[in-house]
Design a protein around this ligand. Structure first.
Ligand code: URA
Length: 436
């Protein structure tokens, strides 16, 4: 580092604005280790407490992007647009959305993450597809996009390495919940994918990173403004995460739900959110004149099986077994499947996504520690949703577990997370706000 770290940390601590050169210097110290762990923790806390101005956030984002390789995709001629979600329970949208939007002529370079806490990760879901590889070299990543319109990969060590150290330090220093730090963490990795535009799905509700709408809107504004400052097209939707998305929760169960959705059997909420994000991606790409036309195009491609063909092509290119499309039982199944039965009649008065997400983690479908192995087959499949009428003994959900003891404890927790009452409640709107 050219500056003395303590001077820059104190400047931020005292509420002054750091220059682009100072921020670049700090990020170079993150990568080459000349900024020590204590200094990094102190800097992150100063940002967490004092915030950052929009130019500081943009400078931090770009410095973090430039800390590693920035992909180019020189052979891909289509507009390159990605989507990123801040994370939820049952959120398998990426798996459907990438082939959907690719079918409409957009290139989708999607670098996705692993599950975080109770929220699932696309990379973990893809790992349940037999043979499917997400460890693509940058060259292979580009080739797959060129050939089928989209590719899905895990972040390589070359992508935004500064974020890896900063994220790990935030995780243990009480500095995760900072809008400029979340914004720069997400966008640095997305910008390194070599995209022209990004649609953010900012989740809001009990199982979201941002539980209150006010905080989620601030994050949404920060992401849109910073992405634009960094030179890409941006749009964002604020979507509901006060209830799970779709019916399947858990990795291979969610992939099976996606395969059924490709065949036309898609839960309404999953279809609505997927189409809404797809419309934004087509608009950013400039391949549809307006939202109505974009939606009609996507619906036709989905209905006519074109999206399924694109998904199959991607499976073939990334080493997956395309036979799972015709026979989803090839995904495998947990050894124990138990029903969760309603104890009395009434209406399902809640489906708590946070508790259900935690049950999936405890069944082995998520990680408690970063090195934990994932069981792809465990999870929950809902048979009833908020507001459904039930009779005593009706099945509310099925629990898929590794053994009888885990299944029994999960059944009790799912029953408590899906209370049955006498008043009929309906789910509110799924798309709460749009920003572009
Ligand atoms: N996802 C990220 O990649 N970074 C954050 O800080 C939060 C969510």
């Amino acid at each position: 580092m050219q500056n003395h770290p303590a001077r820059l940390i104190a400047k931020k601590r005292d509420g002054s604005e750091l220059t682009t050169a100072e921020i670049r210097d700090l990020v170079s110290g993150v990568v080459d280790g000349s900024l020590g762990d204590a200094q990094l923790g102190a800097f992150l806390m100063a940002v967490c407490c004092n915030g950052m101005t929009p130019p500081e956030t943009a400078a931090l984002t770009l410095a973090m992007r430039d800390s590693g390789r920035v992909l180019q995709h020189t052979n891909v001629t289509r507009p390159k647009i990605d989507k990123h979600s801040t994370g939820g329970v049952g959120d398998k949208v990426s798996l459907l959305l990438a082939p959907l939007v690719a079918a409409a002529g957009v290139a989708v370079p999607m670098v996705s993450g692993r599950g975080l806490g109770h929220t699932g990760g696309t990379i973990d879901k893809l790992a349940s597809l037999p043979g499917y590889r997400t460890d693509l070299s940058p060259e292979r990543f580009s080739q797959v996009i060129e050939q089928c319109g989209y590719a899905m990969a895990a972040p390589s060590a070359e992508i935004a390495p500064a974020d890896r150290r900063m994220y790990a330090t935030r995780d243990i220093s009480g500095t995760v919940e900072s809008i400029p730090l979340i914004t720069s963490s997400i966008l640095s990795k997305k910008l390194a994918e070599g995209i022209d535009g990004l649609v953010m799905d900012v989740k809001c509700g009990r199982a979201a990173f941002m539980q209150k709408e006010h905080d989620a809107v601030l994050l949404m504004e920060g992401l849109v403004a910073t992405g634009k400052q960094a030179g890409i097209k941006m749009a964002a939707l604020l979507t509901d995460m006060d209830h799970p998305l779709g019916l399947a929760l858990g990795n291979s169960l969610e992939v099976a739900e996606v395969i059924a959705a490709l065949d036309g059997h898609c839960p309404d909420d999953l279809r609505e959110v997927t189409l809404a994000l797809g419309v934004e991606m087509l608009l950013l790409a400039g391949v549809a004149a307006d939202a109505e036309m974009a939606k009609a195009t996507l619906q036709r491609l989905w209905h006519d099986g074109v999206v399924r063909q694109v998904f199959r092509h991607n499976l073939e290119l990334q080493g997956g077994d395309p036979a799972v499309l015709d026979d989803p039982t090839l995904l495998g199944r947990a050894p124990v499947v138990l029903p969760v039965e309603a104890a009395h009649s009434g209406f399902v008065s809640d489906v708590d996504p946070l508790e259900l997400g935690r049950v999936v983690v405890d069944l082995g479908g998520g990680r408690r520690q970063p090195a934990d192995a994932i069981d792809p087959h465990v999870g929950i499949v809902l048979k009833k949703v908020l507001g459904d009428a039930v009779e005593t003994g009706d099945v509310l959900a099925f629990v898929h577990a590794r053994d009888a003891a885990a299944a029994k404890s999960a059944v009790a927790r799912v029953l408590a997370a899906m209370p049955v009452g006498q008043e009929r409640r309906r789910r509110g709107p799924l798309v709460l706000r749009r920003m572009a």
